[in-house]
Design a protein around this ligand. Structure first.
Ligand code: DNO
Length: 357
């Protein structure tokens, strides 16, 4: 297992590489270029310059989160071939720079969604929250402003402002296509890309839908054990894997996360894990919590044990943290609470390892 930490380059993060280097046990970053629009080739020199910067700070750059998929690929338009070809060129350059794992998602139009970015908790910290009746009643304009309100200075991952003008039209487009057709578009992409993932030694981890149920009338892709099985079977390459995001999948109390960790890790199809905890306030309402099992509804020990006992040998990163100690940062991506999470997860990992001897 390698512990990594999500980080944005080019001044788009309040956290520095030097700070990340001082978190015990963290070997590298999961990073991306948020300033390059989806569909464009990532220039080789830009990738290499970033790799050198990360290495100079004493860290590795083996995980990319994310190389985003252009909407035309998701929609299955004829222009997709060019975007897929660009994607493959980016994969080649990433491989040449030593990257081993690509996290991506196939959520139509938008990435993860929260109804509140700064819910005050009893202990004086702030966490991101989701209220289902509020979210399901939102208009698209309101969706965008609600995600932007709490993040005035930085783009939220998956919510890059240049995408906003097309969002309303895109949502409408998906209302007109069936889930079968959407899955055919995914298969087309995977069939084109997986042979290169093998050639370039790159593990792909699709990120689950967050929240893991239908919202805004958009097709849902990866939200339950059954849908993960379906996704992995779309292309049988071992490189076609899952980013096991415990907080995304765990938002549905019916999802048994330790069982999922066991099933998919034992298949060798989990290259990357996002570990975080959440606390339900009702079946579909929740807020994010500190990583500890005692702070949320997920049994983090059971998840770590299931991963380790089933041969997981990939990357783990602490996922969203709360805002604590008055830190200003990207929502969910401050230094402090994620650093506490990284240490806690490593404590669990060591405990499981020693108890198995
Ligand atoms: C949210 C993240 C996601 C994730 C993408 C992967 O904080 O976990 O934005 O990076 O879905 O493509």
């Amino acid at each position: 297992m390698k512990m990594v930490f999500r980080w944005w380059p080019h001044g788009d993060d309040t956290v520095t590489l030097e700070q990340i280097r001082q978190i015990p046990g963290v070997s590298g970053v999961a990073t991306m270029f948020s300033d390059i629009p989806a569909g464009e080739v990532w220039p080789k020199e830009t990738i290499f310059a970033l790799r050198d910067q990360v290495h100079a700070a004493g860290l590795e750059m083996e995980v990319i989160e994310s190389v985003n998929i252009h909407e035309d690929i998701k929609k299955g338009l004829s222009s997709r071939d060019e975007y897929i070809s660009n994607y493959i060129t980016t994969m080649k350059y990433l491989h040449e720079a030593g990257v081993k794992c690509i996290c991506y998602n196939f959520m139509p139009v938008m990435d993860w969604f929260r109804s509140q970015l700064e819910l005050p908790l009893e202990d004086g910290s702030f966490a991101m929250a989701y209220d289902h009746s509020y979210a399901s009643g939102l208009s698209l304009d309101r969706i965008i402003t609600s995600m932007m309100d709490g993040s005035p200075d930085m783009t939220l991952p998956g919510w890059e402002p240049e995408r906003f003008p097309a969002m309303a039209k895109d949502v409408e487009f998906y209302h007109g296509i069936s889930s079968e057709e959407y899955f055919r578009n995914i298969t087309y992409f995977l069939d084109a890309v997986m042979p290169y993932a093998e050639e370039y030694d790159l593990d792909f981890g699709v990120h689950p839908d967050d929240p893991p149920w239908p919202l805004f009338g958009l097709p849902k892709v990866v939200c339950s054990a059954e849908s993960i099985r379906k996704y992995l079977a779309l292309n049988n390459s071992k490189r076609n894997g899952l980013t096991l995001c415990t907080g995304s999948l765990g938002a549905n109390p019916e999802n048994d996360i330790p069982a999922m960790a066991k099933e998919f890790a034992s298949m060798g199809r989990v290259p990357f894990v996002h570990l975080r905890n959440i606390k339900h306030t009702s079946e579909k309402d929740f807020h994010e919590s500190a990583h500890l099992s005692t702070e949320g509804d997920l049994d983090m020990y059971a998840i770590v044990a299931a991963l380790q006992e089933n041969g997981f040998d990939g990357y783990i990163r602490p996922d969203h943290g709360r805002r604590i100690w008055s830190e200003g940062s990207r929502p969910g991506y401050g230094l402090y609470d994620r650093a506490l999470g990284a240490c806690y997860i490593q404590g669990l990992w060591e405990a499981v390892e020693k108890s198995r001897r």
